[in-house]
Design a binder for this molecule. Structure first.
Ligand code: BG6
Length: 493
């Protein structure tokens, strides 16, 4: 008996802001991601804006808290990696052909909202933008690839940010719903799998990266989350009305949270930390705010309420399946001595280092068993089908003189995680629909803006110093993943 169910959706994942390019083409507007500069592991990405006095400023994206009234934008002298991405805008046929060659059953990509509604606020959509995705989805169909479309992946039209602080303001919900209705109707029959907000919980870590919001405090995060949770519930209903075949999922950055020791204080602290991510699943899967979140808001002095209509919306807009990105687990301690050691690089999840795990070159701790634990936790809590829509390891690949790339570390990482998935399915009985490893083709890193943090099966010859022609080359992992898909996960050697 095969370890993976028939029809299992093997594929790969990308996001418009990290690979599309075509910055000022086809009537596209400017996004929050377009105003974020290239960084590195040691140099932060910066967000650029103009003050009321006309002064251009740049502040680090992580930790930013801009409370004055400013105008976000792109300015001379800064290097913005989303503007070129890897030029999927022009090379999509070549890229999708490579995905087809690997045997992808699904391809996760996001629609660039500002390509459809340039400022986010228009009444009518931009036909050229709609046409672009028609072409992309038609190309996928040629290879039997089902698109898995994220509606909002780390980019918000800058028009909304400059008009009213984007997702801090409830008016953004209506703009988003107009966009969802537009793309839902347009791509009816072409797209069946949808995700509402990418890593909706990352608003708590970087409101700018996740939602195009420059300010950051508990009230701001609560407002963003409320508006996005309502917008997500409305999107589920809109897409179901348009086509009952539509399957709509949420998307959360998720990893198991371990207590550092069996001291009860560590255990309760780890459970409280897990609330940060369970909160979003709870609302999107169950349709109401959990008690621990309401208590947290009370403690923090966050003003929060829901009207009866909003409660109804959340109740009627629960998702069909739960999706998540999985890169690492995290560890929580209450011991001041242990707390002194921060898990460097554990993006978003934080915590202290796990002495049993190795980490990637960017400090992300590698834990395949944590994926099985995560799958079990979600399955036990919600009993809804699961979909792993991101997983992988950023690494410094080398393109050899003969244009080969020997990335056995990627193969090892993915093999171990696929084995953990198989165990979750076969030993634990988890229902898993699919697996789309992140950055199936090399693209720009979200946290650092670099090109040389590479995840892909396909090497893209663009370098951070602006050199390279963008040509695509199959890595060793390309041939390996092709075998994995062809054997439906049986041949992992
Ligand atoms: C997830 C995001 O957080 O992790 C992606 O959804 C991102 O957009 C991915 O690219 C990997 O992170 P990074 O920083 O290595 O690109």
């Amino acid at each position: 008996m095969s370890r993976f169910p028939e029809g299992f959706l093997w594929g790969g994942a990308t996001a418009a802001n990290q690979f599309e390019g075509g910055f000022s083409e086809g009537g596209k507007g400017v996004n929050s991601s377009d105003c974020t500069t290239r960084g590195s592991r040691t140099k932060p990405r910066m967000v650029t804006y103009k003050t009321k006095d006309g002064e251009v400023k740049a502040v680090p994206m992580f930790g930013m808290n801009v409370t004055e009234d400013v105008e976000y934008g792109c300015f001379e002298g800064y290097d913005y990696p989303s503007h070129d991405g890897i030029d999927f805008y022009h090379r999509y046929k070549e890229d999708i052909a490579l995905f087809g060659e690997m045997g992808f059953k699904t391809f996760r990509l996001s629609i660039n909202w500002a390509r459809i509604f340039p400022t986010g606020m228009e009444e009518t959509p931009n036909e050229e933008g709609l046409k672009f995705y028609d072409d992309v989805f038609d190309e996928c169909a040629k290879y039997g690839i089902k698109p898995l479309v994220t509606l909002s992946h780390y980019e918000t039209p800058i028009g909304l940010a400059n008009a009213w602080g984007s997702w801090t303001d409830a008016r953004t919900i209506e703009c988003f719903c107009r966009y969802v209705k537009t793309v839902g109707e347009r791509y009816k029959g072409k797209v069946e799998y949808w995700l509402t907000f990418n890593e909706i919980n990352i608003a708590g870590m970087s409101p700018w990266m996740s939602s195009g919001v420059g300010a950051n405090n508990p009230q701001v995060v609560a407002d963003i989350s409320k508006h996005q949770l309502i917008a997500s519930a409305k999107a589920v209903q809109i897409l179901h009305e348009i086509d009952p075949n539509n399957k709509v999922g949420n998307m959360v950055a998720y990893g198991a949270v371990y207590p550092y020791t069996c001291h009860p204080n560590d255990v309760i602290a780890s459970k409280q930390k897990a609330h940060d991510t369970h909160f979003y699943f709870d609302v999107q899967a169950r349709g109401y705010y959990p008690s621990y979140k309401l208590k947290e808001y009370e403690r923090e002095g966050v003003s929060f309420s829901l009207t009866d209509e909003e409660k109804e919306t959340l109740k009627n807009g629960t998702v069909d399946f739960l999706s998540f990105s999985y890169y690492m687990s995290s560890v929580v301690s209450t011991d001041p001595e242990v707390l002194g050691k921060k898990a460097e690089g554990n993006m978003g999840l934080g915590g202290v280092p796990n002495p049993y795990l190795k980490a990637s070159d960017w400090g992300w701790q590698i834990d395949p068993t944590g994926l099985r634990i995560a799958l079990n936790e979600l399955w036990e809590r919600y009993q809804k089908p699961l979909f792993i829509v991101e997983n992988g390891m950023g690494a410094q690949d080398v393109l050899e003189a003969d244009k080969t790339c020997h990335d056995d570390y990627h193969i090892d990482y993915l093999r171990d995680h696929i084995k953990a998935m198989a165990d979750a399915i076969n030993i634990d009985g988890v229902e898993l629909w699919g697996y789309t490893p992140w950055g199936c083709i090399d693209l720009v890193s979200a946290s650092t803006g670099e090109m040389h943090k590479r995840y892909g099966f396909i090497y893209v010859d663009y370098q951070d110093d602006g050199t390279g022609e963008g040509d695509r080359y199959r890595k060793d992992s390309f041939y390996w993943y092709k075998k994995v898909i062809a054997s439906n996960g049986e041949d992992l050697d």
